[in-house]
Design a protein around this ligand. Structure first.
Ligand code: ADP
Length: 489
């Protein structure tokens, strides 16, 4: 059965990306399209999107259409572009008043309105094209009002009234909370009594919570995270709302786009390697070390890699008490890439200052560098406090770069602790968020690394792991088909 799927997201790789959401929105759309479905992804045409080499086609029925949010009126033009390596279309919604800002996300007073307008513009586009999606797939808080809008403002609309909605939560830490006084911005027809009353009485509106309340199904990006967010420790205040929808909540692990992330053909790498050409990975590491001013005593000096947003979620503060001692006492090298909150950036800046030639910190967002670090490192560190899915640990596995992860969320679902007796497993998994546990994990990794034969075994196991989207997208298709069937009944 071929489905019509309208996906709404705030990011799409490679055009506009700050994290894993962009990769998922892009890869899932491509995969659904390649599976014969009419999947169309709607994202903002941000000013940051590099238009060189991007062919934009104006959509005839979507020129100069207007979206009114309360007193605010916005004019939209829509363009389509092909996602790289695919015939799948992304609809880029152009509204400079909203999307020509200094960054994709802002702390401007109208931040909520920017994304409610995106949601409304995507739904309006369906109407204007007279396109009837079976499924409206909403990613994160930015699109989380769509289910409520479909059930209220668009309930009698021929294009949208019967659509089923799915909310995918990529990270429950970001909920899109804004003042209740902005309720009128939701625009036509959403009755105040459909807004969540407790928050509303307290003067707030929580975008993600409305998605949880009104979507026909809710997914998140790993089975373990789906269980975790039902608890106060991980639910970030939404655990009760989720518990009430537990029967409609599932976890679907993200896939990996191996056309981008495989050391056999990674376009960012000067040397390619695979499981049967591992010495080339060692050569790549040497090149990386010398290009980046890191010294090396010999070929078997382990390189630890880190790529990630510098936020509390990623657990880098755990490394503060461990890495200085490790770099001082053991023959290791460190390469870290990422930007975010100053407090976490500072950890790596201080390490780079204290250990010149041993520790490298690259601040900023650098796609090529991310690929280099994945490929050149021996060990990859992801000590996350929580991790809905996490992509870098899955990339690491394919690169034979053994991940050290905490047993949480998607990390628990994608990395198996290696067992030297059975020689099964592909990483180092620790449980507790404390420095003893991460110290144990690092010591274990270095001990196994010192045994070149054993390490090669772990690398081979890791490189065999397969998280391709072809497999993961099937779970979405099954869910969408089940929902679409209820629509026809
Ligand atoms: P999250 O979505 O929480 O940021 P994920 O592991 O799911 O974490 O996805 C992160 C994605 O963003 C990966 O593709 C990773 O390579 C990329 N990334 C994160 N920080 C940087 C950076 N500073 N430079 C380049 N890529 C980065």
């Amino acid at each position: 059965m071929s489905l019509a799927i309208c996906a709404i997201a705030s990011e799409v790789s490679p055009l506009a990306k700050t994290g894993g959401l962009a990769d998922v929105a892009s890869a899932l759309t491509r995969e659904l399209h390649d599976g014969g479905h009419d999947a169309r992804l709607f994202v903002p045409l941000y000013a940051q999107i590099d238009r060189t080499g991007l062919t934009l086609h104006a959509v005839p029925n979507l020129h100069g259409f207007s979206v009114a949010l309360g007193e605010h009126h916005y004019r939209f033009d829509a363009y389509t572009a092909r996602l790289p390596g695919s015939r799948a279309l992304v609809y880029l919604l152009d509204c400079p008043a909203l999307f020509a800002r200094d960054s994709l996300y802002t702390s401007d007073a109208d931040e909520h309105r920017r994304f409610i307008a995106l949601t409304r513009a995507a739904l309006e586009s369906c109407r204007h094209m007279n396109w009837r999606p079976d499924i409206v797939h909403c990613h994160d808080w930015h699109a989380a009002f769509a289910p409520l809008l479909i059930k209220t403002s668009y309930a009698d609309d021929p294009a949208l009234g019967t659509a089923r909605s799915v909310l995918t939560i990529h990270n429950i830490g970001y909920q899109g909370v804004f003042a209740a006084s902005a309720a009128s911005d939701l625009g036509i027809g959403v009755p105040a009594d459909r807004l969540e009353p407790t928050d509303f009485a307290a003067g707030q509106i929580n975008s993600l919570k409305h998605g949880i309340l009104y979507a026909d199904a809710i997914t998140t990006v790993s089975p373990t995270y789906a269980r975790e967010i039902l608890t106060p420790e991980f639910g970030m205040g939404l655990e009760s709302a989720l518990a009430a929808r537990a029967a409609d909540l599932t976890g679907i692990l993200n896939g990996v786009d191996y056309s981008e992330w495989d050391p056999r053909w990674d376009r960012h790498l000067p040397i390619h390697y695979g499981p049967f050409t591992l010495p080339r990975k060692a050569a790549l590491k040497q090149r990386f070390l010398s290009d980046n001013g890191l010294t090396t005593a010999n070929d078997r000096t382990p390189l630890l890699g880190i790529v990630g947003r510098m936020t509390g979620q990623k657990g880098y503060d755990l490394l503060r008490g461990v890495l200085p001692e490790l770099l001082a006492s053991r023959n290791v090298r460190l390469a870290a890439l990422g930007s975010g909150e100053a407090e976490y950036e500072q950890i790596f800046r201080e390490l780079a200052d204290a250990f010149p030639g041993r520790a490298l910190y690259r601040h900023g967002y650098d796609e090529a560098m991310a690929h280099w670090i994945e490929a050149a490192s021996d060990i990859f560190l992801m000590p996350s406090r929580y991790e809905p899915c996490g992509l870098n640990q899955m990339y690491s596995l394919r690169y034979g770069t053994i991940p050290i992860v905490r047993r949480t969320g998607g990390l628990a679902d994608s990395v198996t602790h290696f067992d030297p007796l059975t020689e099964r497993g592909d990483g180092i998994v620790f449980n507790d968020f404390d420095s003893n546990a991460i110290r144990w994990a690092l010591d274990t990794a270095l001990e196994w690394y010192a045994d070149a034969t054993l390490w090669e075994k772990i690398m081979r196991n890791a490189m065999r792991a397969d998280f391709s989207w072809a497999g993961q997208a099937k779970h979405y298709v099954r869910l969408f088909e089940r929902l679409a069937a209820t629509k026809r009944a």
